[in-house]
Design a protein around this ligand. Structure first.
Ligand SMILES: Cc1cc2nc3c(=O)[nH]c(=O)nc-3n(C[C@H](O)[C@H](O)[C@H](O)COP(=O)(O)O)c2cc1C
Length: 382
């Protein structure tokens, strides 16, 4: 299919579903429990309406946003997505390359399929690093040191995995590591020859960042070993303060949905929060991030940088988030759907869709700059 016929993120999702084996597609697309939170994220954006204003000079429209001293060319960046190698081999590299070329932030997951050092070399000015933290945290602290040595700009600490999430699709698909090659999975892979060939060339996806520490985790020998490194039941403010001391650059807390957590992030000395429900992957009964955003922006927005992800699928969604108090916005699945559908061209295509829609929306609401968006451009909040 020609890329110019792929007009929405949902079009890319549909094509990705055709090209990626079910095991990988469901891992990317699925959520926790009933998956109601995936829909709630999108319903949350749909419930916000914008206020059109005309009779203004809209010839100049500016999408650039400055965060932590860097001016990015677009108002949306790539959220951390772990183990993208099962969706398409090389996804991390493709998206980091796109981010560096297009001047947007790319957040590398701790459980990525590509190493900290490789991504920092691809995107030296644009790579941020996301970490999970355990009580016995030597490995995480060493990864923080590696990210610092590699020159990564911003540390993102994800705090919303006190226990593993129950994702029914993954359980039903037998998505365990190492992959068990059931006949139905093998047949499905045989029907996706492009993916099969690319994976054969690239080799089995690994948790590359863990290679220096534990071979079992790096090689995905068991899912429980891999999960053990992301689950953080003991992530207290004290442990967070140790992380703060270990990182002298900007630090964000990701997975904040309440003003209480946002205030805790402030006490810890974080520079900002990412309002996120992990794309509906942790629980099915949480607020959407766009619902949670206004109160958090109100509570800590004057002192901290407030960012958002979860459910962003259009440029209109991006604009709504800025109107309701976001200082920057990310999407996870949109960019990876893009790669699943179009491989190397996927990230650019997704960013083009978002940028075009943001531009049109700015013109329609009568606001020249993304950074000038605010509540005065909103008709109805929910
Ligand atoms: C397949 C998948 C893997 C993810 N892995 C991580 C991860 O390793 N670390 C993290 O902080 N968030 C992870 N996330 C959450 C994203 O960073 C982001 O919060 C979420 O995708 C936003 O929702 P969206 O997909 O609707 O844009 C993952 C999301 C998906 C879909």
């Amino acid at each position: 299919m020609k890329a110019d016929r792929l007009l929405t993120i949902d079009d890319l999702r549909t094509l990705a579903k055709k090209r990626v084996p079910k095991l990988g597609f469901d891992y990317l697309d699925g959520g926790a429990g009933s998956e109601a939170n995936i829909q709630r994220n999108q319903d949350g954006f749909a419930a916000v309406t914008l206020k059109p204003e005309y009779l203004r000079d809209m010839t100049v429209r500016d999408q650039s946003v400055t965060v932590f001293g860097h001016t990015y060319d677009a108002p949306i960046g790539v959220a951390p997505v772990g183990l993208t190698g099962v969706v398409w081999p090389g996804t991390d590299r493709m998206l980091a390359t796109m981010a560096a070329r297009r001047n947007v932030p790319y957040v590398l997951s701790a459980v990525s399929s590509t190493s900290i050092e490789d991504i920092a070399a691809i995107a030296p000015e644009h790579a941020w690093f996301q970490i999970y933290m355990k009580q016995e945290a030597e490995i995480s602290f060493d990864m923080i040191r590696r990210a610092k040595d590699a020159g990564m700009k911003v540390l993102v600490v994800t705090v919303d995995i006190p226990v593993s999430a129950k994702r029914h699709r993954d359980i039903r698909n037998g998505f365990t590591l190492p992959f068990k090659m059931r006949p139905d999975i093998l047949f499905d892979i045989a029907c996706k020859p492009r993916w099969a060939l690319a994976t054969l060339r690239a080799g089995k996806p690994r948790f590359e960042n863990f290679a220096p520490y534990t071979k079992d985790v790096a090689d995905g020998v068991s899912l429980s070993a891999a999960q053990a490194v992301v689950i953080s039941p003991a992530l207290s403010e004290d442990l967070m303060k140790r992380i703060r001391d270990a990182w002298d650059g900007p630090m964000l807390i990701k997975g904040v949905l309440s003003t209480g957590s946002a205030e805790a992030a402030k006490r810890i000395g974080a520079d900002g929060v990412i309002v996120s429900n992990h794309g509906g992957r942790q629980h099915d009964s949480f607020p959407s991030s766009i619902e949670a955003l206004p109160a958090i922006a109100e509570a800590v927005g004057k002192d901290m940088t407030v960012m958002l992800d979860s459910g962003v699928r259009t440029g209109g969604d991006v604009v709504k988030a800025y109107c309701l108090g976001a200082d920057y916005v990310f999407s996870g699945r949109s960019f990876v759907f893009g790669v699943g559908a179009l491989q190397e061209q996927g990230g650019d295509h997704v960013l083009d869709l978002f940028s075009d829609e943001v531009d049109r929306t700015l013109a329609q609401v009568g606001c020249n700059r993304v950074t000038d968006l605010g509540l005065e451009y909103v008709w109805r909040k929910n």
